[in-house]
Design a binder for this molecule. Structure first.
Ligand SMILES: NC(=O)c1ccc[n+]([C@@H]2O[C@H](COP(=O)([O-])OP(=O)(O)OC[C@H]3O[C@@H](n4cnc5c(N)ncnc54)[C@H](OP(=O)(O)O)[C@@H]3O)[C@@H](O)[C@H]2O)c1
Length: 363
């Protein structure tokens, strides 16, 4: 459990509390009336999970282009670890979290796609979703279909939109056709289990890697055509075996440092190396000449935030995600739940490779 909540507010009352005589003279009444408090998880400096502190913050009204959303559940993502540890340097103090679902409480000027009372979910910059209620830019927030629960919405937005842009928008020259082989590392993780199912729905033969036999079994049960335990097996040799020596059209690699070199060798000529994460550490610098020697390969480093930079692309991608989840083609596995105040343990388990599928912080 985290230490006691640190009181950050001078005015600890909720908006519904009355404001008394003298106070009204000294403070901007209107502003005071709209302030409320929220529990939040914050870091004051980069470091280990012990840096995650439960604090109380003030939340005001949304400005133009913003909404205030009261969360029902919050999603945990590996990017939260990078932002906490300093692999991705961030300005301090930092309220962590990139994904959540809840109900819209208020909308600012110019917001037309949401209104108070709407169920909604998002994956978005800026960080700050580890809390009960927040104000944030509206453009990344989407209405959540009634058939999708808050927990599922919170678990799937960042990971599901990532699987969407990888499989649908990050393709080799000539695209991907049913029957094609792709290699997907960390296939039993949050993004991984969604990708296994979605790739199967697209007719692709996804070869998944994972760090244990149990995780491999999970990837296979969720649509991977083949699974390789890369802790005990040489994944390059297995990929060559499975593809009769031809290799795969795309490698989707979020593991980074540990898998980079062999992943390049898993590719067919003109194949695409799609790097999208660094769970084992960042990919070291490399000489472009090796791409020619290995078969005129393509390399890209993708991030979701380029794909969801506009309201239109966010909604189009989210609609695609909502459709595969609503149809049952993709099930969102929430394999771990932690109360918000136990977020330190959630980070420890994610970093220690103890989790599978998605993890949700409950409120
Ligand atoms: N660029 C983007 O747009 C974007 C968006 C979302 C996520 N991502 C990336 O996608 C990856 C998956 O994200 P997620 O939130 O769904 O996490 P996750 O896959 O649930 O967890 C990460 C997994 O990486 C594997 N891993 C391999 N080496 C590791 C190491 N040294 N330390 C820790 N884990 C290691 C582990 O699976 P095994 O035990 O099976 O190896 C672990 O479970 C992350 O790298 C994340 O940064 C990128």
């Amino acid at each position: 459990m985290l230490a006691n909540v640190t009181k950050k507010l001078h005015f600890g009352r909720k908006t519904s509390n009355p404001v008394h005589g003298n106070m009204a003279k000294h403070f901007n009444l209107e502003k005071f009336m709209t302030l409320q408090t929220s529990r939040a998880i914050r870091i004051d400096q980069h470091g280990g999970p012990e840096q995650l502190k439960l604090v109380e913050v003030s939340v005001g009204d949304p400005g133009a282009g913003e909404v205030r959303i009261r969360h029902h559940a919050v999603g945990l993502n590996f990017i939260d670890v990078y932002q906490r540890s300093g692999l991705y340097p961030m300005a301090m103090p930092l309220q962590l979290g990139m994904e959540a679902a809840g109900v819209i409480e208020a909308v600012g000027a110019g917001v037309t796609h949401l209104q108070p009372g709407d169920r909604a979910a998002y994956a978005s910059q800026p960080p700050g979703s580890y809390c009960d209620v927040r104000v944030m830019p509206a453009k990344s927030v989407c209405k959540l279909p009634d058939a999708i629960s808050f927990e599922t919405g919170a678990a799937m937005m960042l990971k599901g939109l990532t699987a969407q842009y990888l499989l649908k928008r990050t393709q080799p020259q000539g695209g991907l056709q049913p029957g094609d082989f792709v290699l997907f590392h960390a296939a039993a993780g949050g993004v991984g289990l969604i990708a296994c199912q979605w790739a199967k729905a697209m007719g692709l033969q996804l070869i998944g890697t994972a760090g244990s036999d149990a995780k491999c079994a999970l990837a296979l049960a969720n649509g991977a055509a083949f699974a390789i335990n890369y802790s005990t097996e040489d994944f390059l040799a297995r990929v060559k075996d499975i593809t009769a020596g031809r290799g795969v059209k795309v490698v989707y690699d979020s593991v980074g440092k540990d898998t980079w070199d062999k992943s390049l060798d898993c590719l067919q000529p003109f194949g695409l190396m799609a790097s999208f994460g660094n769970a084992s550490g960042p990919v070291p610098p490399f000489a472009p000449g090796i791409l020619g020697a290995k078969g005129s390969l393509y390399v890209t480093r993708q991030t979701l935030f380029t794909h969801i930079a506009t309201r239109e692309s966010t909604q189009a991608m989210a609609d695609d995600l909502f459709a595969v989840v609503s149809s049952g083609q993709v099930n969102i596995h929430i394999d771990q739940r932690f109360p918000l105040e136990e977020v330190q343990q959630a980070h420890r388990d994610l970093e220690a490779r103890k989790t599978t599928g998605c993890t949700v912080l409950t409120l």
